[in-house]
Design a protein around this ligand. Structure first.
Ligand code: UD1
Ligand code: CA
Length: 455
């Protein structure tokens, strides 16, 4: 069965009070429309048609992709009119309608809905609400079959008492859609072409409207203002928290855990409070993450320990390596197995070999450091001459004394030692000691200055 998906995203979203089109506002680091497109793709449709209007150019620029077709709806004359704009591009057996400002819809729910569609049957997603005001109401006949959807503003007092609301999400046989949309009128309370009127037409044509129910109201909740956006954000984060806990992660507090990307987790992982995971993050078994860590696009192999307030971006930490507290691993950092990076150490495009250590207050940029080597406190690589970047290469079993300046390009070979306080400007051969500092001189009979009496 072939599938076309239409995503309505032309509305204005005045209540966001924003220059940014509503559907581009982010939930968990990705635009609401981006979430819907992401879910749509997982259904493997032949086409994804995004109906845009307000902020059309910005939306198109931000989300353009080979598998998306954008359809312009010049004036927002209603949801039925919006879907009609996409008609020329539709040819599949089934058409599924989604909404750019309803980001948390789950793929599994859509699959259940699509399973209901046949040439003689529509699938309608409804939601049971304690307070359904504002929603279209699902009107059923005496036998309980769906007869129509009546918009809140057009509903009688009796109809308004119905708690089953229309989510707007709908799957229909494609060959009927054009004809139904062509018959819509705007003679209603809002003067709009309602997509919802298709339901009564289908019933009149002898089709059955079957329903599915959303897991919970937030799954099908749209965001019209920033308070609702925050509600969706919290709901999303709670879902992610439950997902990782189910996979074997202990979260010290699921309410203080944020995922803004795609995270895979192993078992017996422990994550303390206020940890933010962004982009693609891989966390293997037995990893321990302390409080207030920020981790973006990084891989933490089995047994890695991150101490409090550590900041990772584009880093790989091999088995049982550790970093922090207050360490910063920037893009291109690779810590070998059991390597150790301590407080106030910054690494950029740097490799630490197995068991290598940089315990305190160091900057290592464009560097490779061999296994078991030790970088003394206060050491920096002088990797930038103001124009170009240069590499520092340190072999295995090297001991870099404290407070060294390693002026790149420079090569310090296996088992060499540098004296504390050295400025290393030349290569150091294997096993030699380099002393790159002025020799100490002690002055005898030194007289301290005396305070001058100005009175
Ligand atoms: C719609 C449904 C209502 C349902 C509710 C759920 C209709 C007539 N009513 O009402 O039954 O309970 O959603 O939230 O469909 N849009 C366009 N172009 C337009 C009009 C709307 O792209 O011309 C988009 C909007 O950007 C929005 C979505 O369609 O994302 C829904 O439109 P909205 O006006 O919010 O519909 P509701 O009145 O909430
Ligand atoms: Ca709405």
């Amino acid at each position: 069965m072939s599938l076309d998906i239409v995503i309505l995203a032309a509305g204005q979203g005045t209540r966001m009070r924003s220059a940014l089109p509503k559907v581009l506002h982010p939930v968990a680091g990705r635009s609401m429309l981006g979430h819907v497109i992401h879910s749509a793709r997982q259904l493997d449709p032949q086409g994804i048609h995004v109906v845009i209007g307000h902020g059309a150019e910005t939306v198109r620029e931000r989300l353009a992709a080979g598998d998306l077709s954008f359809v312009l709806q010049d004036r927002q004359l209603g949801t039925g009119h919006a879907v009609a704009q996409a008609l020329p591009g539709l040819s599949a057996d089934t058409v599924l309608i989604l909404y750019g400002d309803v980001p948390l819809i789950e793929v599994a729910t859509l699959q259940r809905l699509l399973a209901r569609v046949t040439p003689d049957q529509l699938g309608l997603l409804t939601v049971n609400l304690a307070d359904p005001s504002g929603y279209g109401r699902i009107v059923r006949d005496a036998a309980g079959k769906v007869a129509a959807i009546v918009e809140h503003k057009d509903a009688s007092a009796e109809q308004r008492a119905i708690c089953e609301g229309n989510t707007g999400i709908l799957a229909v046989p494609g060959n009927r859609l054009a004809e139904w949309l062509g018959r819509l009128s705007n003679h209603n309370a809002q003067g709009e072409y309602y997509l919802t009127d298709v339901i009564a037409m289908a019933v009149a044509d002898g089709l059955v409207v079957d329903t599915e129910t959303a897991l919970d109201p937030l799954e099908v909740q749209g965001a019209n203002d920033r308070a609702q956006l925050a509600e969706l954000e919290r709901h999303y984060q709670w879902r992610e928290a439950r997902r990782v806990m189910a996979a074997g992660v202990t979260l010290r507090d699921p309410a203080r855990f944020d995922v803004r990307g795609e995270v895979t987790v192993g078992r017996d992982v422990t994550i303390d409070v206020n940890v933010i995971l962004e982009g693609k993050v891989v966390i293997e078994d037995d990893v321990v993450i302390g409080p207030n860590c920020y981790i973006k696009d990084s891989t933490l192999r089995r047994g890695v320990v991150l101490k409090a307030n550590t900041h990772l971006e584009g880093a790989v930490m091999e088995e049982s390596s550790d970093a922090g507290p207050f360490a910063r691993l920037r893009p291109g950092t690779v810590l070998g197995a059991k390597a150790h990076v301590g407080n106030f150490v910054e690494l950029k495009n740097a490799r630490l070999g197995e068991g290598a250590k940089a315990g305190h207050l160091a900057y290592l940029g464009d560097a490779s450091i061999g296994a078991r080597s030790n970088i003394g406190a206060g050491t920096i690589t002088c990797n930038y001459d103001g124009v170009n970047k240069h590499r520092t290469v340190i072999g295995e079993d090297v001991f870099i004394g404290s407070n060294n300046s390693l002026v790149a390009p420079v090569d310090i070979s296996t088992a060499a030692t540098t004296a504390a306080g050295s400025t290393i400007t030349q290569d150091v051969p294997a096993e030699q000691l380099a002393v790159g500092r002025a020799r100490q001189r002690n002055v005898e009979c030194w007289k301290r200055p005396v305070k001058i009496d100005k009175s």
